[in-house]
Design a protein around this ligand. Structure first.
Ligand code: ADP
Ligand code: MG
Length: 682
């Protein structure tokens, strides 16, 4: 009988009573019991006194000598003390409330104790004591698993039950992962990994066992997710775009630069989706400056070639303007009409544009939220792109998608990992990744300085601007705030404007009218203003390649993702760029953030550290993450495995032989559930 179907009562020593308790832990079958893994281990490997760390747990073997003393505190509380010789080092051992041991602690006997080590007093406070030969053989020298238990279950009872179940049924555990994957990642066999995860002989072995089971868990999860998506996709027919591939290639060939390998790969993925009948629902993630805009332009071009309109939605006016500018430059020479639709247009301009959109005269429409208003009616919308998609709600994106019958959809983001994980949880998107920056980019030198060197920072800005460069100075607040001892954009602006004269300094903040903001931004983009003092309104997307200095005041007030975005505003041209974080962080987390920023420029790495610092729950916004709970895997630690497993699962499902080749039999049964429990993934 399959272990999954065999009731847990088939295990030796498990009767009805215990089975009830086990059921409360979700253990019903023999397989469930074998897969009920410990959450930690007690290390009973014998150590030397020299190896023992103060205040840490230690396992010592030694010979008792002298008399044992016992002292009572009231009727129940006691303290037992004995002397022990551990390879010539004389230590004392203390037991609290275990007076019953006294008889057994005979002078001359060799025992093993486990407990907290006090290096100053050369004393161990024993939690566990192994006195008889049998006890010593059974426990000492190994890592002993600790399980969470409930009801009448005890950790040692459960441990014994699991051990006996392995002895009896261990041979029946079948491998479910295809051998290619086992070989590729050098993973342990399933039966061995399961056993060693319970009963490892050393840390390394335990880690290897865990690695195998983590991969399996995440792989199975992804496989189910993909299967579900496959089943859903079949239900939504989209547009099979048909476009002249040569024209698209000619367009790519005439770009002022050649695409990076990563850009080329994602372009192919997207063009493939456009051509296919399935409706595209794809996320394009790429670090700041990795060149997502041109990828969007290529997709829009192919879409228009096949006779459809395309829309690009962005979160801010500034960004809209910038995208319109670059898309016009790229697409107008090819005969496309690129139009803007933003909130700051006059009623007349707006009417005009709306008319053009409705008549199908506008091919590509770039806009802010204004795009999703009811009055906007497309003639034939075939592709919808959202830039910095995390800035929009799911709702807003779906409204835009509903403006065409079944437009393909592409979402772009520069905050990679959180989204990947979220998508893993919600499971509705394909993911393309640009994991490479265009050649010739120089990494941004990042320094963290204390506030008291601020005057020197200003001097540095001045020096760079006098060499023809430009600088951003970011402050967390706009106005004077009495409560918080933070620098604000207004006063920094006033200070710098005076100090740096005759250099020109601009001020940009969220309370300004959109037209005012654009004005300032335009001056900065044209180089008429050298220094831009700003709140985080420049955070997303802005592209001014001549700016090479990014100063962030009170940088510890910002989250890692935001700091990385801000830093991404520089380092966009050929000149070397610098980022200066000015901060006197008060919290550990603040210090850690500064450290991460100075240590790495890799957006993926930063997102990972961010996840570590905050934990997945907070990373995604409190408890609304909807992230699945894994039994073994820990997303903060194992998300790279998740990404790898995701790719492997996708490839396997696409393999035409998957449903025929008996090598994959072990996986079929896991996929059968998908239809039954599909609501888990909605
Ligand atoms: P992001 O991914 O952050 O949106 P952008 O699309 O704004 O990045 O691109 C950043 C800059 O890199 C732009 O000036 C763009 O023209 C340039 N760029 C994009 N792709 C390449 C490439 N393959 N080679 C050189 N420069 C490129
Ligand atoms: Mg961008």
């Amino acid at each position: 009988m399959e272990l999954q179907r065999r009731p847990v009562t088939d295990s030796e020593g498990i009767g009805e009573k215990r089975a009830e308790d086990l059921a409360r832990l979700g253990i019903h079958s023999v397989a469930d019991l074998l897969e009920y893994f410990p959450y930690r281990y007690e290390d009973y490997r014998i150590q030397d006194v020299a190896e023992a760390a103060h205040e840490e747990k230690v396992t010592l073997r030694g010979k008792l000598y002298g008399a044992v003393s016992v002292r009572w505190y009231g009727r129940k509380k006691s303290r037992l003390t004995a002397r022990m010789d551990v390879n010539g080092v004389h230590i004392s051992v203390v037991w609290f409330n275990q007076a019953f041991l006294k008889k057994k602690l005979v002078s001359g006997r060799t025992i093993i104790v486990f407990g907290k080590w006090d290096a100053h007093r050369l004393q161990v406070t024993a939690d566990r004591t192994f006195i008889t030969q049998e006890e010593q053989q059974r426990h000492a020298g190994r890592l002993e698993p600790v399980y969470s238990v409930t009801g009448s279950l005890t950790v040692s009872g459960l441990r014994n039950a699991i051990y006996r179940t392995f002895v009896r049924f261990g041979r029946e555990i079948e491998e479910i992962l295809p051998s290619e994957l086992l070989q590729r990642y050098r993973l342990m066999e399933r039966a061995k990994a399961m056993y060693l995860l319970h009963f490892p002989r050393g840390r390394e072995e335990g880690r290897e066992a865990r690695r195998r089971m983590v991969y399996e868990e995440l792989f199975l999860y992804e496989l189910k997710l993909m299967r579900l998506r496959q089943m859903k996709k079949k239900q939504v027919e989209g547009i099979a775009h048909s476009f002249d591939k040569e024209k698209v290639e000619a367009f790519i060939g005439e770009l002022p630069f050649s695409l990076t390998k990563a850009q080329r790969r994602v372009v192919d993925e997207i063009l493939g989706d456009l051509a296919a009948e399935d409706r595209m629902n794809r996320l394009l993630q790429g670090d700041v400056g990795s060149g997502k805009t041109v990828v969007a332009a290529i997709a829009l071009y192919a879409n228009v070639l096949s006779g459809y309109q395309g829309a690009l939605m962005v979160p801010t006016e500034i960004l809209a303007e910038q995208h319109i500018h670059s898309l016009k430059e790229l697409l107008e020479p090819r005969g496309l009409q690129v139009m803007a639709l933003t909130g700051s247009m006059t009623a007349r301009e707006r009417r005009e544009v709306l008319g053009q959109i409705q008549m199908g005269l506008a091919d590509v429409i770039v806009g802010t939220h204004a795009l999703i208003q009811e009055t906007v009616v497309f003639r034939n919308l075939g592709l919808v792109i959202t830039d910095e998609q995390h800035r929009f709600g799911v709702k807003q994106r779906s409204i835009l998608r509903q403006k065409g019958p079944v437009p393909d959809s592409l979402s772009m983001t520069a905050t990679p990992i959180p989204r990947t994980l979220a998508i893993t949880a919600f499971g509705d998107m394909d993911v393309s990744t640009i994991d490479e920056l265009p050649a010739g980019r120089r990494p941004v030198e990042t320094y963290w300085v204390k506030r008291d060197v601020w005057p020197r920072v200003v001097q540095f800005i001045e020096k760079e601007c006098n060499r023809g460069r430009q600088a951003y100075v970011i402050c967390p607040l706009i106005e004077e705030s009495e409560k918080m001892d933070l620098q604000n954009a207004q006063s920094v602006f006033e200070e710098i404007a005076v100090r740096l004269a005759p250099l020109r300094v601009g001020l940009l903040h969220g309370k300004m009218a959109p037209a005012e903001k654009d004005e300032v931004m335009r001056h900065f983009a044209r180089g008429e203003v050298q220094v831009l003092v700003s709140t985080t309104v420049v955070e997303v997307g802005v592209n001014v390649p001549n700016a090479t200095v990014m100063v962030i005041y009170d940088a510890d007030r910002f989250g890692l993702a935001q700091l990385h975005q801000l830093r991404g505003r520089v380092g966009r041209g050929r000149e070397a760029s610098t980022c200066v974080l000015v901060a006197d962080p008060k919290s550990e987390a603040g210090i850690e953030r500064m450290r991460v920023m100075t240590e790495t420029a890799d957006g993926f790495e930063i997102a990972r550290r961010d996840l570590e610092l905050r934990g997945p729950g907070e990373f995604f916004g409190v408890k609304q993450s909807g992230l699945p709970e894994f039994r073994i895997a820990d997303l903060a630690e194992d998300f790279r495995v998740l990404e790898v497993a995701r790719g492997d699962a996708a490839r396997l499902l696409e393999d035409p032989s998957f449903w025929e080749d008996p090598r994959f039999k072990g996986l079929w049964s896991h996929l059968q559930e998908v239809g039954e429990h599909s609501s888990d993934f909605d």
